[in-house]
Design a protein. Structure first.
Length: 365
């Protein structure tokens, strides 16, 4: 697929001085997930500003070093490796697809702490990796149960991009549906960057499904939503995606979001005290024309916060020490109280339905 213009030669910033803690921020700036990049960058920047205003990390200024996580996975991994080898970063965080994490995590190999912020398929336990995103047991399983018990929907078609997160999430969906007497009527995967979904839509229509589980990223989800509604399938078939945000809603258009639902640990319109406070601070900082505030961006705020809390608790950026003190770490953030269990954040997850180009949060799952 087209990954955009050729990469500029890597410019490695100077090695970290003792008074500065450099943290790589790996977020997509190109490709189908590039639509999320500005939101991720702004939320991470706000976290760093707040941390520095409160005295930094163990008295050191926190500095974010951008890395384009929308490049090919091996390219991203090489850039992160170069930064670590040069002593230019002492930690890594960011939202990027699981294919990138699968390349980056073994390359880091526990040399520095790595907070992966995206919702993902579960099962990551490599040394030094901490995870802030939602996992299928908290997000996908409860949502499918809600559809079965509240709406009577048990017949699903699955449409996903062809890489690790959609395929492993689909396997989890099969397990959940079997337990509740549901079934997968059809299952199809497309290359990242797909724009023509006509063949997929014919299969969905022929499958007799009641709902579609969308496991598509960014621009791919936009194209699917537009095509889905243009064919009139949205009159009879619901859609649920565990990875869809306000950027995708806006790009899909109000006509493309009827019958579309999602679940996440954070929404801009989440009416909790912590959520409202975060949204107010974000809009004071970036104004009404700033990047869209969404769960993916907020996850990057969460990743910076998590690593900071772990470093403070450990008293250093040493990975074994941070890992030893991680279990049970709890703090207050935009998602309310979150707690580290088995290097994953345990958190509340909410179900929402699209209302035009915004989310109407229905309930906690």
């Amino acid at each position: 697929m087209d990954r955009g213009p050729a990469q500029e030669p890597l410019t490695v910033p100077p090695a970290a001085r003792s008074e500065v803690l450099n943290m790589a921020l790996v977020v997509p700036l190109q490709g189908p997930a590039g639509i999320f990049g500005p939101s991720c960058e702004s939320c991470a920047a706000m976290a760093a500003e707040e941390i520095n205003a409160a005295g930094g990390v163990l008295g050191r200024e926190l500095n974010l070093v951008p890395v384009d996580g929308g490049a090919e996975p091996e390219v991203v991994a090489r850039e992160v490796d170069a930064l670590i080898r040069a002593g230019a970063v002492e930690a890594v965080t960011g939202w990027h697809i699981s294919a990138v994490r699968e390349a980056v995590a073994p390359t880091i190999d526990g040399r520095v702490p790595y907070a992966y912020t995206a919702l993902y398929e579960g099962g990551e336990h490599r040394p030094g990796v901490f995870l802030t995103g939602e996992t299928p047991d908290l997000q996908l399983g409860p949502a499918l149960e809600w559809f079965a018990s509240s709406v009577g929907v048990r017949r699903w078609a699955i449409v996903g991009d062809d890489y690790v997160w959609p395929r492993r999430s689909a396997r989890a969906a099969h397990r959940y549906l079997r337990r509740m007497g549901g079934e997968v009527c059809d299952e199809v995967y497309v290359p990242l960057g797909t724009t023509d979904f006509s063949r997929v839509l014919h299969r969905i229509e022929a499958s007799g499904c009641e709902a579609v589980l969308m496991l598509l990223i960014g621009d791919d989800a936009v194209e699917f939503n537009r095509a889905f509604s243009a064919t009139g399938l949205d009159r009879d078939v619901l859609r649920f995606s565990s990875l869809i945000d306000e950027n995708v809603l806006l790009a899909s258009g109000a006509d493309g979001t009827r019958g579309l639902m999602t679940s996440a640990g954070y929404f801009e319109d989440l009416t909790t005290t912590a959520g409202l406070d975060f949204a107010a601070a974000y809009f004071r900082r970036f104004g009404p024309d700033g990047p869209v505030l969404n769960s993916l961006g907020e996850s990057c705020y969460e990743g910076v916060r998590l690593l900071t809390e772990l470093v403070r608790r450990a008293g250093s950026v040493d990975v074994p020490t941070m890992t030893a003190v991680a279990e049970g770490l709890a703090y207050e953030g935009p998602r309310g109280t979150v707690e580290v269990r088995d290097r994953h954040l345990r958190q509340r997850v909410f179900l929402a339905a699209a209302d035009g180009v915004s989310w109407d949060v229905l309930q906690e799952l």
